[in-house]
Design a protein around this ligand. Sequence first.
Ligand SMILES: [Zn+2]
Length: 320
Amino acid sequence: MISIDPKQLSFAKKEHKKGLEKYIIRNVELSLSASNQTKLKQFIRENSEKILIGDLQQLLTLNKKLVKLIVEIDKDGVDILQKDLKKIFIYETIRGREEHLYNLYKLSKNLGIEVCPYCNRNYTTSHQYKVNVKDIEKNKYIFPAFDHFKSQTDFPLFALSFNNLIPTCSICNSSIKNATNINLRHPYNQDYITNYYTFSFTPNDYESLIGKKENIEIGINYKEGINQKVKEEIERTLQFFNTKDTYEKNHKGVIKEIINKKLIFTEKYMNELEASYKISFNDSYKILFESYYEEDKLHKRPFSKLKKDIFDDINIKANL
Ligand SMILES: [Zn+2]
């Protein structure tokens, strides 16, 4: 799991509001015409901006107000939640919407999140290409899965909310998360995740210490003084996505490669490279380790967080 600073996403957020606000209001007018729907109509109209681009906390507060309102309108309220809201916030529509309209391809392009924020393993990039269908050239759009951070079945009000649509890989979205609603750490977070936890490695034999074998265990270390609530949230999220186990079962080779490279590209070598070519540490790290060291760029390469932490962990171990 990595964090993506919401400041990086401000353009995408503005476009999201611009692209969907009129659509929502139009759906409200078309779908909520009965007299007992007036209050609900007013609620959505008044809160359309918050519904579309509010942060998770604002969304949850809105949902509480909505539930209260629904009970006022109709004690049972099931029809309102299940039918009325689903006629307004229609996820399927913005998935496959025509290319001149705002859709999930455009959201994905605007977000620019290149690797799944949940697993940091698989790419979530988007692109467009031309296909020939019966001699007619058409555009085809490739974009990632979008996870509803809070499931649209339980929270239909958030089905089109910016902060509830997280671009993810298909494995995290379909095989792991689905419609789960446990309290996970939201990936759009100003606090960089490395302030809270890092990966480390423990070699079980000498060959693994010097990068010749992969007999390695991965550790997750929480920073000293971490707020207990934040720690529990991160622990829950890492456990939910089975991160340590997935990395240990499939990707110990990444750690072995970092150890190999650190033995060749020593600190002295990196310093010389930086001085000779007048480049920064971040640049030399990127050239040699084929990943990003900067926290705000971790979403650009698979395993960037694991690589960065192991790089630092080797330095720590070397200085012991
Ligand atoms: Zn993933």
